[in-house]
Design a protein. Structure first.
Lengths: 397, 465
């Protein structure tokens, strides 16, 4: 090596040597470890997806009579059973369903449902009771109690959701690993990192900035170095959501030591002329997830992956005055995976003749039971420590 | 009562009520008493400068347009939304009415609306600006009746027999009482009935459509009557909780996210007794001794707009390519006119995650020095210094083309009063320095003042005000 190149490298080396010792210790997965390393992908359909027009109770007269102009006709659906059908924009999901890789859990919600997007999103993301205000998310608390590094929960997006913010540790938001890495290599920032002491990282705003900076610095190099290993050749649809899922596939197949991935698809908050916008979004969702599963299967990682899709609430059964629906309560949740214990329709369909006072579907399964099952049966950790209360487990995995 | 302010306290006042203070201005107001400075802030903001835009084809009735023109409408709307964004951004950089604009920013977040209709968005923004230092009740009424709000929260679709609760819910949850305070689900349903019939004409004027209105008797927050929408808003303003909720939010915005209940209660009572006069509330807040407590100084995380405007103003940065401005706002998670949802940007620590923080730290070097922080270790060997300099030069030419921001360094340096490192640090950074920053600053080379300033602006401390 030329002396000149050597100097160049020593000046701009990756800087691992500068990382304070309390942050050191990166682990990489070898190919043998890769197989069997389970992960969860959580997808939030933001804005309140109308579950009744996604998984349609096609033979239910109440459904048709309460939604005279927005109920789906049989021809617009893909049959599941005599009583339930997929919205016909969910072709890829229906195909996975036929392979026994989908479980539909109906009537998921919580007591005294809140119909505000923000509050209900907070409740789902923090796994709180309806009147309990938590500042940490359930994935964040999973990091707190079971993980060593922030990158063990990654949100592929521009910003980090409350779900991934713990009490002592936050997950990492990254939409482009290259860019994140490059920024952290700035020599001046290395100087700041090198001078940072553990005692400075307290909970006030300044301590929070330094802590975030340190975590970013170390996680960025790990994610960047590791995710270089695999770049997918599978074709994905051309939209931002699909691009995010593609990034997740790169991460999983490259062997990132990440347990939870998080991403969201927004735009479901329509109160007016709902059909067009919802159908378009469901198609984006289905085609993108279809591509992701294909990619994971090709690389033999689907058996280690579980995909949970939820929305902060469902919609009112009765349509409103503008060919739309207002905010509702309980909703269906979709679980997709290569190792499901119980695929198909997990439980009873919503009872449309027994609605709550607002005309919304009553919950029969607490959403935290879904979390508890994933934590306990899939990630094999103590769910009570994370959810603070014991919730009954389900049997889908 | 403290009547004069230290430099740090003056800087604090200017950061919280605006976007920082220039060296020249600090030199001038240093001679004034606290009350004189506050008076000046209000008198500078007496006037209101509404945003103005040419909407061209968007003003025409779509019926009068050709098919080809109608196709272009959507694209034009999108372009005009971006134009509106940069128009306001530039006004924030250039304005002398800083307190009014800062309050407009507050209410832009309070009455958070995200639409694809530029005319409605511009109108709402000007309504808010007009009332920003006036009466909150008047603002609430005019905002509720604005096309933007009627569109965004679907009150146009709210009709007798087909109620749409969206506006009725949010007016209580987000605009007046605050979530889960005072009202019930029944109150929401009853209020929604009262708001039926609210609509606007093609030209954007408010209209009351009688045949869509539910004339039945409603019971709302314990009052029963033949209410119309205006009555609901009046009843909401009679609730002291509305004053309390607004005061808490303003306190978090101007003073500290950690609410002091004692201070808030006093302010809320004064605000309520002054019939929601915003100037009264602000004068009391800014005039208090506790506003200048060390625990309130340098502890707030700047919003992306505060950060970007705060950087742009002293250097008179010109952004050649408006797309860069939009890109930066988007990446920092605060795009004017594009809040995430009706609750607005949550602010505080939520501005910060790994990706936003790195860009925020890079922002000063991006806009002031083509993306480069020219950092040199004291005592580094000469070979390293030379190589580093070469790499910096190469980085600059690459980034210059992308960012296209031109700062006016001469204007900044010629009026700069603070010459040595300590003075400069105190002027540029509001918080007490962390141990890491102290050590790093002590090592910085003060001979190149331009580099020194960029380095100070690239410290995590600059993210706070």
């Amino acid at each position: 090596m030329e002396r000149r190149d050597f100097l160049k490298q020593s000046v701009f080396a990756s800087g691992m040597a500068l990382i304070p010792s309390f942050l050191k210790g990166m682990e990489f997965l070898s190919p043998e470890q890769l197989s069997g390393y389970r992960n969860v992908i959580i997808i939030q359909l933001s804005g309140g997806n109308d579950g009744l027009n996604s998984m349609i109770p096609i033979s239910n007269d109440i459904y048709h009579s309460l939604r005279p102009s927005i109920a789906k006709k049989e021809a617009q659906t893909l049959t599941i059973t005599n009583d339930l059908a997929f919205n016909d924009n969910l072709k890829a999901i229906a195909a996975l369903y036929d392979l026994g890789e989908v479980s539909i859990i109906n009537n998921v919600g919580y007591p005294n449902p809140n119909r505000s997007h923000f509050r209900s999103t907070d409740i789902w993301q923090t796994a709180s009771d309806t009147n309990q205000y938590l500042h940490s998310g359930w994935v964040g608390r999973y990091l707190d109690t079971n993980c060593q590094y922030p990158y063990q929960a990654i949100e592929v997006d521009n910003a980090l959701s409350l779900a991934l913010k713990g009490k002592t540790m936050n997950g990492i938001a990254v939409s482009n690993p290259n860019q994140l890495y490059k920024t952290t290599r700035e020599p001046f920032f290395k100087g700041i990192i090198a001078n940072t002491k553990k005692e400075m990282l307290d909970e006030d705003n300044q301590g929070y900035l330094y802590k975030t900076m340190l975590e970013t610095y170390s996680s960025a190099s790990y994610i960047y170095e590791t995710s270089k290993i695999y770049k997918t050749t599978t074709e994905y649809p051309q939209n931002p959501f699909a691009r995010n899922l593609k990034t997740i596939a790169d991460f999983i197949i490259s062997g990132l030591k990440t347990r939870v991935y998080y991403s969201s698809l927004g735009g479901f908050d329509s109160h007016v002329n709902q059909l067009n916008s919802q159908d378009r979004l469901l198609r984006v969702y289905s085609e993108s997830v279809g591509a992701l599963v294909k990619d994971l299967k090709k690389n033999d990682r689907f058996k280690d992956t579980l995909i949970l899709t939820f929305s902060e609430f469902g919609r009112r059964v009765k349509q409103n005055g503008s060919r739309g629906t207002d905010h509702g309560a309980a909703n269906n949740v979709v679980v997709i995976g290569g190792s499901l214990k119980k695929a198909g329709i997990y439980n009873e369909l919503p009872n449309l003749s027994d609605l709550d006072d607002n005309g919304d579907i009553k919950y029969t399964i607490d959403f935290r039971s879904v979390y508890a099952t994933i934590l306990n049966s899939w990630l094999e950790v103590d769910d009570q420590k994370i959810l603070n209360t014991g919730f009954g487990k389900l049997e889908f995995i | 009562m403290v009547t004069s302010l230290s430099d740090k306290q003056i800087q604090h006042l200017y950061w919280r009520t605006g976007f920082g203070i220039s060296s020249a201005m600090l030199k001038t107001v240093r001679k004034s008493s606290k009350n004189q400075i506050i008076d000046q802030l209000f008198s500078e903001s007496k006037q209101s400068s509404p945003l103005q835009m040419d909407f061209g084809m968007l003003l025409k009735n779509p019926k009068d347009l050709s098919r080809e023109e109608r196709k272009q409408l959507q694209k034009l709307r999108k372009e005009k939304m971006s134009e509106l964004n940069t128009l306001w951004f530039k006004q924030l950089i250039d304005t002398k009415q800083t307190l009014r604009e800062k309050m407009t920013l507050f209410f832009h977040n309070h009455f958070s609306v995200r639409l694809k209709t530029p005319r409605a968005c511009l109108h709402l923004n000007n309504v808010i600006r007009k009332h920003a230092l006036g009466n909150f009740g008047d603002m609430l009424m005019e905002v509720s009746k604005s096309p933007a709000m009627l569109l965004f929260l679907n009150n146009r679709q709210n009709r007798k027999d087909h109620p749409n609760e969206n506006f009725a819910r949010e007016v209580m949850e987000l605009f007046t009482l605050g979530r889960d305070n005072v009202y019930t689900e029944t109150d929401i349903k009853e209020a929604a009935r009262a708001f039926t019939g609210w609509n606007f004409s093609k030209g954007g004027a408010f209209v009351f459509r009688k045949n869509h209105h539910d004339y039945g008797v409603k019971t709302f927050l314990g009052n029963t009557g033949n209410f119309i929408g205006e009555d609901i808003i009046k009843i909401l303003l009679e609730e002291k909780q509305t004053a309390r909720y607004l005061t808490e939010k303003l306190y978090a915005y101007f003073v500290n996210e950690t609410i002091d209940q004692h201070h808030v209660e006093k302010l809320a009572t004064a605000f309520y007794d002054a019939n929601y006069n915003l100037e009264t509330l602000l004068r009391m807040m800014l005039g208090s001794d506790w506003f200048y407590d060390p625990k309130n100084i340098g502890t707030k995380i700047k919003s992306p707009i505060e950060l970007m405007v705060g950087l742009s103003r002293p250097f008179h940065i010109k952004y050649e390519d408006p797309k860069v401005l939009l890109y930066l706002q988007k990446k920092l998670n605060q795009m004017l006119f594009f809040p995430p949802n009706v609750a607005g940007w949550p602010g505080g620590k939520t501005w910060i995650d790994n990706s936003t923080l790195m860009l925020r730290l890079k922002l000063a070097s991006l806009t002031l020095n083509s993306g480069v922080i020219e950092w040199h270790d004291k005592g580094d060997i000469p070979e390293n210094m030379i190589i580093r300099q070469q790499i910096y030069t190469k980085m600059k030419s690459k980034l210059q083309k992308k960012v296209k921001a031109t700062p006016n360094w001469n204007a900044f340096l010629s009026t700069l009063d603070q010459k040595d490192k300590t003075e400069l640090t105190d002027f540029v950074l509001q918080p007490q320095l962390s141990e890491a920053a102290k050590k790093l600053v002590s090592q910085l080379d003060a001979t190149n003042i331009k580099n020194l300033i960029i380095e100070l602006l690239s410290l995590p401390e600059y993210q706070l005000c």
